[in-house]
Design a protein around this ligand. Structure first.
Ligand SMILES: C[S@@+](CC[C@H](N)C(=O)[O-])C[C@H]1O[C@@H](n2cnc3c(N)ncnc32)[C@H](O)[C@@H]1O
Length: 322
């Protein structure tokens, strides 16, 4: 049986995983060359050095990314992704993908949600591999990829490359069985422990009224349902160890995460993960993502100090070059 690129299919080898694969023709134009030196091309966008093996950025963009914090206020979400309670914005992923990969390389997200990593990667000429446990989010990502394919293929440019999207619906802990080839970079964000189950968490009431999810699922494989903090850390560490297995030597992993407040104390999830992952990755440095358009709430007013946490850690790890 010949399967069309558009079909969602169950792999004959792994019936338990639903997969979706498609290829996209990505076109682009290089910036206009003003002059050349021995080791660089001078363009209106800056210098492109030919010894840059990490990315396709000009020197000015490289420098901009070196700052350890940035402000990014996500745009209002589109209708199709509102169902998901904790999506990160495509603009955020795009900046990281453009720094940590070149066109034609492959980006993995083992907890894809509604597909921000997949879409941002494809829109920038990278191959994308996404794993998501829940069918409802897998289907949203699949639809978004189909729409993105149309839009990307309408863009015109002097050069073109073929990029592929591979989506797998299943438990990321089973990654070994998912037939994933080596990837160049991974960017991902886990459930922030079981915080979405906390009563009154952030905008729960408003979301409930609109029929959107207030937590991901009741599925026991959903790591956001592990109530024991150490058990949750174990599960996440196990998933990132599997990412380590498929990442190329010297490749980077970015984990976007917050420390978590629960029962009047802080669980330093970002720091605990940094320490645990340092057993097999090299912890490089964090970039701090700040939001400054969040309405502040007077938690603890007149009694005690409780912050409004409007920053996330983008933790950057590197796999040893071997
Ligand atoms: C913070 S969200 C990711 C959001 C995503 N970055 C986006 O922009 O839409 C975490 C995701 O992990 C998924 N998840 C939870 N347990 C999982 C598991 N064992 N394997 C794969 N995905 C899982 C949840 O369903 C949820 O969509």
């Amino acid at each position: 049986m010949k399967l069309g690129a558009w079909q969602t299919l169950r792999s004959p080898l792994q019936q338990e995983f639903q997969t979706f694969n498609t290829n996209i023709n990505y076109s682009f134009s290089n910036p206009r060359v003003i002059s050349k030196t021995n080791n660089a091309i001078v363009t209106e966008q800056g210098l492109f050095h030919n010894f840059n093996s990490l990315n396709d950025l000009p020197n000015k963009e490289w420098l901009k990314f070196q700052k350890s914090w940035f402000v990014l206020n996500p745009k209002a979400r589109t209708k199709e992704v509102l169902l998901h309670p904790a999506k990160f914005p495509e603009e955020l992923v795009e900046n990281f993908v453009k720094f940590f990969t070149k066109k034609g390389q492959t980006v993995l997200d083992p907890m894809t949600g509604t597909g921000s990593t997949v879409i941002a990667s494809l829109q920038n000429g990278r191959n994308a591999v996404g794993i998501e446990l829940l069918d409802k989010y897998f289907q949203i990502t699949r639809q978004r990829v189909i729409m993105a394919k149309d839009a990307i293929e309408q863009e015109e440019g002097e050069h073109s490359i073929n990029v592929a999207a591979k989506l797998v619906q299943g438990d990321a802990r089973q990654m070994k069985k998912m037939d994933i080839s080596q990837v160049d970079y991974c960017i991902t964000s886990p459930p922030y422990w079981d915080m979405l189950h906390a009563k009154g968490f952030e905008t729960q009431k408003g979301r409930k009224e609109k029929g959107f999810d207030v937590h991901y699922s009741d599925d026991s494989r959903d790591v956001g349902n592990i109530s024991n903090y150490e058990g949750f850390l174990d599960a996440l560490t196990g998933i990132y160890a599997k990412v380590h297995d498929v990442l190329k030597p010297g490749g980077y992993l970015t984990v976007i995460v917050k420390n978590v407040k629960k029962g009047g104390r802080i669980y330093p999830l970002a720091w605990d993960l940094s320490r645990r992952l340092s057993n097999f990755f090299i912890l490089k440095d964090e970039k701090i993502w700040c939001q400054d358009n969040v309405k502040l709430a007077p938690y603890g007013y007149g009694r005690c100090w409780v912050s409004n946490t409007v920053h996330h850690y983008c933790l950057n790890f590197r796999k040893d070059c071997g």
